[in-house]
Ligand binder design. Structure first.
Ligand code: NAP
Length: 473
């Protein structure tokens, strides 16, 4: 039987009597065996994190660790991409891009560590402040509990660890049970090659209920940073009422293509943005509202590109789209496609299940009540609907419980400005797909998409509080 791959808590390599088996979503082979942690390991990890914070890391050391992390992740790019591809069924070229993005995440966190500062407060602008000097200091809030999803098992972990290091907070990380190996390997690299002292990051692997609950409820945890589904995220926020809780949740990202918009450019981008990692991205382009005058041209261009996507083994360099994270998810998405067709949508291409693979799908004539429109598909499916007036398209895009990112293709300044002002989302993109993200930008949503912004500059501010200092003569 293969050996259990340990996790590290403090300076201890931890294994447990029981193992959790990590399986390939593509062909079901065993990827690794990892510890099945429980409340005992959570206790140990939170204690190690608290102990680490008793000996604070000065900002220049945090910056040096983050610089080293960026360089080390770049050096290990191919190894990390291989792990991502195997455990998440993310096509290898897309997995490499994820590893490259993690480099940028560490680089921009290093900038934050070097420049994090408070403000000078104009305290003598009011008479009681006369003769006094006031300023704020950015102080680490305390131990961070980081909980990450399966779909970006490296870079979304980096988006939690890197700002925490920049902020001076120690972390207990619980990676997704389906994809823990990228996080475990990153942690090893940080400790062995980047000068991160023991206890600053601790990894506990185990299910949400067994490990997640004691972690978010632990009295010595000050911050919870969570990326995942709204159902789990809001339940965590309810359990952690006295903690700072940052939630990055789901979306059913809309894109509007106005009559003046470059529909050919849009089709080229959507053929990637709707299908990358089989649509399992929180900003996967899902609902496309196209002006009636160009809807047939856009649909034909998109279908031609989607039919050229290569579906198969994630480790094959040619593959564009591989398996969904589990057979259950494949069956769910397939059922949503079938329901949409039963309710009047037309299957323009795809919709075919081949064992664990689902062929990239384009539906036309979607309506707001269909699951593929109203909820987050998290699968390789793009739905199209035609509109006549921009008012109608803006209303359709806004008709959602989510609010992460939305986008418009238009050549009209008026259309761009209306989208910027009227699309009720955390981010609005013009002549780009809603799937666009770079790692330093403020990224986060409203409504059921969450309550915070990630990107190291913003996350560091969530993980620190501002202490006011007033000095009187
Ligand atoms: P999920 O099922 O909500 O799981 C996310 C994480 O929460 C996993 O580590 C999971 O652990 C853990 N968890 C489950 N129950 C828990 C509990 N009671 N207490 C604490 N932790 C618990 O989400 P997922 O399926 O991995 O990811 C897909 C979702 O993430 C989608 O909705 C997607 O839109 C969203 N997402 C959002 C962003 C963003 O930045 N806004 C980015 C990526 C993904 P187990 O794995 O052990 O169950």
């Amino acid at each position: 039987m293969p050996e259990q791959h340990p996790v590290r808590i403090g300076d201890t390599q931890v294994t447990t009597a029981d193992s959790t088996v990590v399986l390939s979503p593509y062909d079901g082979h065993e990827v690794a065996r990892i510890p099945a942690c429980g409340p005992e390991q959570v206790e140990q990890a939170v204690a190690a994190a608290r102990a680490a914070m008793a000996d604070p890391l000065p900002p220049w050391r945090r910056a040096a660790i983050l610089d080293a992390a960026a360089a080390a992740v770049a050096d290990h790019r191919d190894e990390l991409a291989q792990i991502i591809a195997e455990e998440a069924a993310k096509p290898i070229r897309t997995a490499r891009t994820e590893a490259e993005r993690a480099v940028l995440t560490f680089q921009s966190a290093a900038v934050e560590a070097r420049t994090l500062t408070g403000d000078v407060v104009p305290i003598d602008g009011a008479q009681p402040g006369d003769g006094k000097l006031a300023f704020t200091l950015r102080v680490p809030r305390g131990v961070v509990a980081a909980i990450s999803p399966f779909n970006f098992p490296l870079n979304l972990v980096a988006h939690k660890l890197a700002p925490a290091i920049a902020a001076g907070c120690a972390v207990v990380l619980k990676p997704a049970s389906q994809t823990p190996m990228s996080a475990i390997r990153l942690h090893e690299i940080l400790m062995d090659e980047c000068g991160l002292p023991a206890g600053w990051i601790n990894v506990v692997t185990g299910s949400g209920g067994t490990v997640g609950d004691p972690l978010v409820e632990h009295p010595d945890v000050a911050v919870v940073t969570f990326t995942g589904s709204p159902e789990v995220g809001w339940a965590i926020a309810a359990k952690a009422a006295r903690k700072k809780v940052g939630l990055e949740l789901g979306n059913n990202a809309p894109l509007i293509i106005d009559a003046s918009g470059d529909w050919e450019a849009a089709a080229a981008k959507v053929s990637v943005a709707g299908y990358s990692h089989a649509g399992q991205s929180c900003i996967s382009t899902q609902r496309v509202y196209v002006h009636r005058s160009v809807v047939d041209d856009f649909t034909a261009a998109l279908v031609a590109r989607v039919e050229a996507l290569v579906v198969g083994d994630p480790l094959d360099e040619a593959t564009d789209v591989s398996a969904l994270i589990s057979p259950g998810e494949t069956a769910r998405v397939k059922a949503w496609i079938d329901d949409a067709v039963r309710d009047g949508a037309r299957l323009a291409t795809g919709g075919e299940q081949r064992d664990r693979l689902l062929t990239p799908t384009v539906l036309t004539g979607i309506t707001p009540t269909m699951e593929v429109s109203a909820n987050e598909v998290f699968g390789p499916v793009v739905g199209i609907a035609a509109f006549d007036h921009l008012d109608e398209a803006l209303a359709l895009a806004n008709d959602t419980r989510y609010g992460l990112q939305a986008a418009i293709f238009t050549a009209e300044l008026d259309g761009a400005l209306r989208a910027a002002h009227e699309l009720d989302f955390g981010g609005v993109l013009v002549n780009e797909v809603p799937t666009f993200r770079t790692d330093q930008m403020p990224y986060g949503g409203i409504g059921d998409s969450g309550n915070t912004k990630e990107g190291p500059h913003y996350a560091v501010r969530e993980m620190t509080h501002e202490r006011l200092v007033v000095i009187a003569r």
